[in-house]
Design a protein around this ligand. Structure first.
Ligand code: FE2
Length: 183
């Protein structure tokens, strides 16, 4: 995979009338050859968000997950496409119910798999493996500028979130991972 070419193809696909479907075609084609994605962007060694492209209408990054990492329920308020290039992401799908949320579905994504999430989707994500997971995440908007919500994992209380808050969570997972390895 050529990373610049991949980003360019996504930008072009995003101009069409059904941008999400066109972009996931580009993404699916890329992660169908996961070894090539790994060769292009590297084996994950820490949790993080590595931004390939960011504009008002499109954000592309690789998200890497430490072993057994968990991310609490959150929304994006824009469409999202996910493609796994190494490891596994387990998604629980949630929906709003009265003044809280309830789980209603699950999707296990393995290497080579893709998933499309609608604008109003809420999901929580975990890496169930004892090794790192890596996925390319593509959003139909500026992921880092948009104010949105996350829900406390224990109480399901809704809180404010944005790209910086999510990024901070990935950073804390690295500290936990390093601490776990040291003990
Ligand atoms: Fe997400």
């Amino acid at each position: 995979m050529d990373k610049d070419r991949f980003v360019e193809d996504c930008i072009v696909a995003n101009r069409g009338s059904d941008a999400q479907a066109a972009v996931i075609e580009v993404l699916a084609k890329a992660v169908r050859r996961p070894a090539e994605v790994l060769a292009a962007i590297g084996e994950p060694r820490e949790a993080g968000i590595n931004v390939f492209h960011r504009s008002e209408s499109l954000t592309i990054f690789s998200a890497t997950w430490t072993p057994r990492m968990y991310l609490m329920p959150h929304d994006h308020l824009m469409w999202a496409n996910i493609g796994i290039y190494t490891g596994r992401e387990d998604n629980i799908m949630w929906r709003r119910s009265h003044d809280t949320i309830e789980a209603f579905g699950a999707k296990a994504l393995f290497e080579g798999d893709t998933a499309s999430l609608a604008i109003d989707a809420i999901h929580s994500v975990s890496n169930p493996l004892c090794r790192f997971t890596g996925a390319i995440h593509i959003y139909g908007g500026d992921f880092f500028e948009t104010r949105r919500s996350l829900w406390n994992a224990e109480t399901l209380e809704e809180e404010d979130s944005d790209g910086a808050i999510i990024r901070g969570m990935f950073e804390r997972e690295n500290e936990l991972f390093r601490g776990g390895k040291a003990s």
